[in-house]
Design a protein around this ligand. Structure first.
Ligand SMILES: [Fe+2]
Length: 385
């Protein structure tokens, strides 16, 4: 059996990679880019730095900075209008997962029209939108190397998963120096998201030897460095490891899919506006405990790759160390429970059946080594209280 692997055409990786943007743009035959980003990136001077870099090569880049966290159908509309009425030949997507996910949606809708719902999974979007050069500033969602975007339909509070080569950036500039100023909270949330991508890709029913190799490498990089970057954001070696780990985890899950954590996490995010990485972190221990019986060896490999178990540890010992680590990690990274986050217990409990339905409808739980029923999903949601 063979597996199809989809990647960006160009990846520039390492310190200063984002400075190579004019060369990469030129090599792709593009000269009229639109920078899609958010206000924070403008405030930090990152957008300006790219504009200056491009101006030195006589390339003018306009900036659209109205993307929002956890993008919605209406939040991307102004960007779609900008692309439709402008004369752009490419998009530079600068920021965390939300600006990059917004840019992917804008690239397709700006060129082909329609509404985001038209492009929702199970449709596979192979249309070529405006080419995207992704410059991630978190480590991370991995969006710079995935064929996915997630856009929320705010009328139904549904996080719509959209899939296809059309959403794969043509280039990814993976520059850890852009993450040095990230606040600790975002560092932790996005770092746990990356760890979850690697673990879920590794235990996924769609895993392949290729995605396994990327996922294990990602866990080896993320496991020992996640606490380090949380406690000291200026630790360059740890930031570099996290950035590469996040990109490799992105490659792994783009080609092997995510599983139950992500399936259950999206409805929490959509309904209660919990940041994506944080809702993953809330779920990761409980979902892992539920899933271990059906993939004990695989989870033991995760524990070993993360450096919390040794080769000598038995599968059971490795898995109990893995559970200890996931709980300890949430404590140390100060991950709140839903209650501590401010969610009302009754609201959460009332919505659990709907969230379970949405989780199953997303398809992700089917990739889990242990496929849950709606009742089992509800039982896991209850464990968060
Ligand atoms: Fe994620």
């Amino acid at each position: 059996m063979s597996t199809q692997i989809i990647l960006p055409r160009v990846m520039q990786v390492g310190e200063g990679a984002s400075q190579e943007i004019p060369t990469i743009l030129t090599s792709l035959g593009c000269s009229r880019p639109l920078i899609i980003t958010d206000k924070m990136m403008v405030q930090l001077g990152y957008a300006d730095s790219i504009q200056t870099r491009l101006a030195a090569e006589s390339i003018t880049a306009e900036v659209f900075d109205d993307t929002v966290p956890e993008p919605t159908v209406s939040s991307i509309q102004a960007g779609v209008d900008t692309v439709r009425h402008g004369n752009y030949d490419s998009i530079i997507a600068l920021g965390g997962g939300s600006p990059i996910d917004s840019a992917k949606a804008i690239s397709i809708l700006g060129k082909f029209g329609g509404t985001m719902r038209d492009y929702k999974f199970p449709r596979i979007v192979n249309e070529e939108g405006l080419p995207i050069i992704a410059v991630p500033t978190t480590a991370g969602t991995g969006s710079e190397v995935t064929r996915f975007t997630i856009i929320t339909d705010e009328t139904t509070d549904e996080k719509m998963l959209c899939v296809g080569i059309g959403f794969m950036p043509v280039a990814a500039l993976v520059d850890f120096s852009l993450t040095l100023s990230l606040p600790a909270r975002i560092t932790a949330d996005t770092g746990i998201d990356a760890l979850t991508h690697a673990m879920e890709a590794y235990v996924s029913k769609k895993a392949s030897p290729y995605s396994d190799s990327q996922a294990l490498s990602a866990m080896r990089l993320i496991g020992p460095n996640l606490r380090r970057v949380f406690h000291d954001g200026t630790d360059k070696a740890a930031r570099e490891a996290m950035m590469l780990g996040s990109t490799l985890a992105g490659i792994a899950f783009s080609n092997a899919s995510v599983a139950l954590v992500h399936g259950m996490s999206r409805p929490i995010g959509a309904a209660f506006h919990v940041p994506h990485g944080l809702s993953n972190a809330m779920l990761l221990p409980a979902v892992t405990e539920f899933s271990i019986p059906e993939a004990a060896e695989r989870y033991a490999d995760c524990a070993r790759a993360m450096g919390v178990a040794t080769e000598q540890d038995s599968t059971d010992v490795a898995n109990s160390k893995l559970m200890d680590e996931l709980r300890a990690l949430n404590d140390e990274l100060q991950v709140p429970t839903p209650e501590q986050f401010g969610i009302a217990r009754q609201d959460f409990f009332d919505l659990m059946p709907t969230m379970a339905e949405q989780a199953l409808a997303s398809g992700s739980p089917n990739n889990n080594p242990r496929v849950p029923s709606a009742e089992q999903i509800v039982a896991i949601y209850k464990q968060l209280w």
